[in-house]
Design a protein around this ligand. Structure first.
Ligand code: ZN
Length: 627
């Protein structure tokens, strides 16, 4: 049986969150007493209250230090709620004065110097400690009983109303409230979202008008109930953690999750597994992995099989729906970007046309793997980036175009709830992205020996033009490598290159580029950020590789940084590119002079120089005027 409510967090987001928290310590000092062995004495109950408070304190402290600031004091406090007057107190004080039985919840509050005890409008999240949350779960569904849910709704609505009536200027996302439901082992999250201004308030019947508001204007999401505390009373930090307050964090979940690769690498070194890192297919396969080659070896076969089920076959037709239309695509060819499959497909109504089609990861895959993160960047994030580029009017011959995006239409009847979400079918809700144009990747051209001098100069010009267009709106690519540049050959016109793979694009300051040992810029490897010349630097490495330049057989960031420093200082990269063309050599010198400085790239000068060079090669033949 399918759950009645939507879930507040998608599994893929929780998975990213979990990766992001690998390096963060949550120190719970007060252990949760074990329900099985503990007596039902007051002291066990008191300890349970204190453990919940300690859990909340350790959570907000860990998250504050990980995402916001190590140095600034944490702006939150934890307090418990007293049933008789619904005011906040310190649990220790309440317990000491014999009021344990009157405690009804524990909350995380924004500190307010004028009200040190805490006020309702400063309440960020509330945890209800109720015995037997897990046993209250109905047999076929993993959701708490209506009684506990009703209590959660009451408190959530009270939080929303208090924020609405507050005279403080609250930096809260004030339309949603989170309530945790916990017992001494299990926990779940209820999220209530809605505009309380829409409540038709009736003083004579407050419960009725509240119930009406919930029915008409609230969105309620309930997570499954999961095990939180083990037998020793230690928390399993992966499963819970729904803090929401405004003020953008300094570090994004993506940044911290991106370090997962480095941590895996460190772990492998610790375990002395270092020798098996480069597999049979050698350097080339190794460098195609965005984050770290180690991930290839540790992947779980069972997970691979699971994602296998979504692979399309040549000759099949895949149907896609958006809110307005349905469209079919014939799968003509299966391609790989080095680690993930994608397709060349034709619209059913226009079989002559070829498009790239990407199939995303299922939103609730049971055992999400690290590969799903890459799939997420390839499909979901890239859809977002291309949509934003479209909205900003960024287009051009050398940029990919969003042709369609939506969700897959699966075989059989779809029984998803009208409120949204997915049905039980394993494909339900899988996102699809369709782009144009199609072409051969530089990686394929190099391995087939199709990448020559003409191609190098054109490729550099066309990619620079794409970068120049995107940077006019402050967007950077962040993942330039041979799999992300394609050569388009269509009919009469001269072949040209298109920069694809925009899933890792930098839209705002906190976005982080992909980490690629061979093609990432020096600044990206050192700082995890891009400077103005970083994309151009990656482009130079890619051309160096495509023109036959060798990369060292290294697998550490330190080694790669050392190689970059030595190669630039001895001008080895310039020399290699100089064998191909003087303008490429000059361009590499220019990029070298700019790297790590705050000065902006002058795209126009270089686009003109490359164009002149292409014109000379063409012996004055007419050349495309678009830049
Ligand atoms: Zn469905």
């Amino acid at each position: 049986m399918k759950p009645v409510f939507d879930v507040p967090f998608e599994l893929i987001d929780l998975q990213k969150f979990d990766y992001a928290l690998e390096g963060v310590s949550f120190q719970q000092l007060i252990r949760m007493p074990n329900a099985v062995y503990a007596s039902t004495s007051d002291s066990a109950e008191a300890t349970a209250y204190l453990a919940v408070e300690d859990f909340l304190h350790a959570t907000v402290k860990g998250l504050w230090e990980a995402f916001w600031s190590q140095d600034e004091p944490m702006p939150f406090s934890v307090a418990c709620l007293y049933k008789e007057n619904l005011k906040f107190y310190q649990a220790e004080n309440a317990i000491a004065s014999g009021r344990l039985g009157s405690l009804c919840a524990s909350g995380v509050l924004l500190k307010n110097p004028r009200h040190p005890h805490g006020k309702w409008d400063n309440l960020l999240e509330l945890a209800l400690l109720r015995p037997g949350i897990q046993s209250l779960v109905g047999e076929s569904e993993q959701q708490p009983s209506l009684h506990v849910l009703g209590e959660a709704l009451f408190y959530a609505l009270r939080m929303l109303i208090s924020r609405r009536l507050s005279r403080q200027n609250l930096p809260l996302s004030s339309n949603s409230a989170f309530v945790l439901l916990v017992d001494s082992q299990y926990g779940g999250v209820v999220k209530v979202e809605g505009d309380v201004n829409k409540m038709d308030f009736d003083v004579n019947n407050v419960y009725k008008c509240a119930a009406e508001w919930i029915q008409r204007h609230a969105r309620i999401a309930v997570s499954p109930v999961d095990r939180i505390w083990n037998k020793l009373g230690n928390a399993n930090w992966g499963d819970i953690g729904a803090l929401q307050f405004a003020g953008l964090p300094k570090h994004s979940i993506e940044d911290l999750a991106a370090d997962h690769g480095c941590r895996l690498q460190t772990r492998r070194l610790e375990r002395q597994l270092g020798d098996t890192r480069v597999n049979g297919s050698g350097l080339f396969r190794f460098q195609q992995h965005g984050v770290s080659p180690e991930i290839v070896e540790v992947q779980d076969e069972s997970v691979k099989l699971e994602s296998e089920s979504l692979k399309q076959e040549v000759g099949s037709v895949l149907w896609l729906e958006d809110s307005n239309w349905e469209r079919g695509y014939h799968i003509n060819q299966i391609r790989s970007n080095g680690e993930l499959p994608y397709y060349i497909a034709s619209p059913v109504e226009d079989p002559g046309k070829s498009l790239f089609l990407y199939v995303g990861s299922h939103p609730s895959q049971l055992e999400p793997a690290w590969e799903d993160m890459n799939l997420w960047y390839l499909v979901q994030r890239q859809t977002k980036v291309l949509t934003i580029m479209k909205q900003k009017g960024l287009s051009g011959k050398y940029l990919p175009q969003l042709s369609a995006s939506g969700r897959i239409i699966h075989p059989g009847q779809c029984r998803r709830p009208s409120s949204g979400g997915n049905c039980d079918h394993p494909w339900c809700g899988t996102p699809i992205l369709v782009t144009s144009p199609v072409g051969e990747t530089v990686a394929d051209m190099v391995s087939e020996g199709h990448f020559g001098v003409d191609e190098a100069i054109r490729c550099c010009h066309d990619c620079l033009s794409a970068l120049s267009t995107a940077s006019s709106e402050g967007i950077r690519h962040g993942d330039i490598r041979p799999e992300n540049v394609i050569c388009v050959r269509s009919g009469e016109s001269r072949p040209y290159f298109v920069l694809i793979g925009w899933g890792h694009a930098i839209l705002e300051d906190r976005d982080r580029p992909a980490m690629n040992l061979h093609f990432s810029s020096t600044y990206a490897l050192q700082e995890g950020k891009l400077c103005s010349a970083s994309d151009a630097e990656s482009l130079v490495y890619m051309l160096y590789f495509a023109c036959g330049g060798a990369f060292p057989d290294l697998d550490s960031v330190e080694g790669e940084l050392q190689w970059r420093e030595t190669s630039w200082s001895r001008r080895l990269i310039q020399q290699k590119l100089g064998d191909v063309s003087t303008v490429l050599k000059a361009f590499a010198d220019y990029v070298d002079s700019l790297c790590g400085t705050p000065y902006p790239m002058d795209y126009d000068i270089w686009l003109r120089r490359f164009k002149r060079s292409i014109r000379e090669e063409d012996h004055g033949k007419e050349i495309d005027a678009s830049v």
